[in-house]
Design a protein around this ligand. Structure first.
Ligand code: HEM
Ligand code: HEM
Length: 179
């Protein structure tokens, strides 16, 4: 059965921009040690700015979503599958916001400043306080949870597209013209 309703253009633009930026932030976070030592500071700064953009866009997206309800899930989905989809989406929203928020103290407690180009936010800490380690671990674990959940989400989308054939992907597709 085909679903006619789609997410609106704003939700679709935000979905794909945020997905791209999360993958970029994750890639930069994982590979920061692979760059030459002199690049460490700009790479971490780029990582932080990418992550902060995710944070801002995710808040906009959350408010947009609360004002513009999502299209109904296909009737062919079982109640269990619907609940799983809804819980999964809530989990993604929570982690999209929590991961970059935890990133801010991870950065500042390490004594690093945030460089926005036009202005800087200096770290108030000259030395790395003890709390740095658990915070870094929390940031790392939460970011793995985000990527893990996003991977399950992609598998679910592919399952709908190629096994259920219910055209769910078209609801979030940037193509114009609908399903
Ligand atoms: C969606 C957003 C984000 C994702 C997916 C993400 C992911 C990651 C990952 C995977 C690491 C490597 C963890 C490790 O191996 O130790 C990392 C490290 C780090 N992240 Fe993020 N992060 C995000 C946002 C932020 C933000 C907004 C900030 C700061 C404002 C930040 C600051 C840091 C810092 C300081 C490190 C440690 C880098 C180092 O010195 O090794 N992150 N992040
Ligand atoms: C980091 C990557 C991603 C994140 C964080 C993410 C997050 C989300 C969230 C939170 C929703 C729920 C939207 C709402 O109801 O407000 C959603 C929906 C959706 N996403 Fe993603 N997504 C990601 C990547 C992808 C990718 C790569 C695909 C395609 C393979 C995809 C396909 C979809 C589809 C088809 C929907 C609509 C589901 C429905 O019709 O209810 N997403 N995504």
């Amino acid at each position: 059965m085909k679903t006619q309703e789609r997410y609106d253009a704003v939700a679709i633009a935000l979905h794909w921009s945020i997905a791209f930026l999360i993958v970029a932030a994750f890639g930069l976070g994982l590979t920061v040690d692979e760059f030459p030592k002199a690049w460490e500071r700009p790479v971490i700064n780029l990582h932080a700015l990418t992550g902060l953009t995710v944070l801002v866009l995710s808040f906009i997206r959350l408010f947009w979503r609360l004002a513009h309800p999502a299209p109904e899930l296909p009737l062919t989905m079982s109640p269990l599958a619907r609940s799983a989809a809804k819980i999964g989406h809530v989990g993604l929203y929570v982690l999209m916001i929590a991961v970059p928020i935890i990133g801010v103290p991870t950065l500042l407690y390490r004594g690093r400043s945030l460089d926005f180009g036009l202005f800087q936010i200096a770290s108030p800490f000259a030395r790395t306080p003890e709390i740095f380690r658990p915070l870094t671990e929390a940031h790392e674990v939460a970011s793995y949870a985000l990527i893990g959940l996003a991977a399950a989400h992609v598998l679910a989308a592919l399952y709908h597209q190629h096994i259920r054939h219910d055209d769910l992907m078209a609801r979030m597709s940037p193509r114009r013209g609908g399903s």
